[in-house]
Design a protein around this ligand. Sequence first.
Ligand code: SAM
Length: 284
Amino acid sequence: MGDESSADHAGAGFAAGLAPWLERLDNLRNVVRQQLVSRQLDAHLPRTTDGPLRVLDVGAGQGTQALRLARAGHTVTAVEPSPGMREAFLRAAAALEGDARQRVTLLDGDVTALSHLTSPAAYDVVMCHGVLMYLPESGPAMSQLARCAAPGALVSVVARNSDALAWRPSIRHDWTAALHLLDEQERALAEGRDAFYLNEIGVRARADRPDELMATVEREGLLVEQWYGIRLASDDVGVDAPAPPPDELARIVDLEERLGRTDPYRRMGTLVHIAARAPSAGDF
Ligand SMILES: C[S@@+](CC[C@H](N)C(=O)[O-])C[C@H]1O[C@@H](n2cnc3c(N)ncnc32)[C@H](O)[C@@H]1O
């Protein structure tokens, strides 16, 4: 497994949040998020009898999903611009057993410039989770991701849900912050731009409206198979709240999973998860 580094530090928007992000990986919020993404992703993985899937994870961070899929037997290329996050990825990858480590490649790169790193249509699964909020817009990244998808591939994107921006402070009874975010949503709409917010790791970030993001995905020739809301009922917990015991955690994830695929609840999810399919010969 190799770590191919360059001096190009894209992903600077995320840099200020790196330490708190890594410190809180085992907390309830992140554990619920990762377990939901895992379940939702697994429901859409291409079914194949041709051996392991070729997986691309862009902005892979600490590698939760990339390494899980490597453990499951798939071949994974992870792209990550932040040296600190690549270090975290390598630390986690060191725990892989058997030949799983040989199936993982970690590259330094940016979602908006994948063409020199990856061949077109080379992957059965293309993931980009929790990255778009650190970019000025989603379109160029979506076009790079779509280019990497083989016919029939799953393209999985997780972004901040702009439509529900004021919900988290509302359920935390932070009335001032909720009103501020409603103002920001209205201003963004009036000015024809995306809304911004200060996220839980202290970074000013950008949110996507689910319907617009799905339109962007479809403009790239992908077919939206399903979309989910992530973190509805458990989004009021503090950033430092630890994951509860396994029985309770399982109940939370069961509940969140069902809320996250059911209207109108899913529209209130803090994050939106889009599972899209690259067209294959059978689609024409
Ligand atoms: C919140 S973490 C998410 C990590 C992982 N994908 C997950 O879902 O657990 C955001 C990651 O996006 C990366 N990132 C930020 N800007 C990026 C860009 N322009 N291209 C690729 N990755 C980027 C950051 O370095 C960081 O690792």
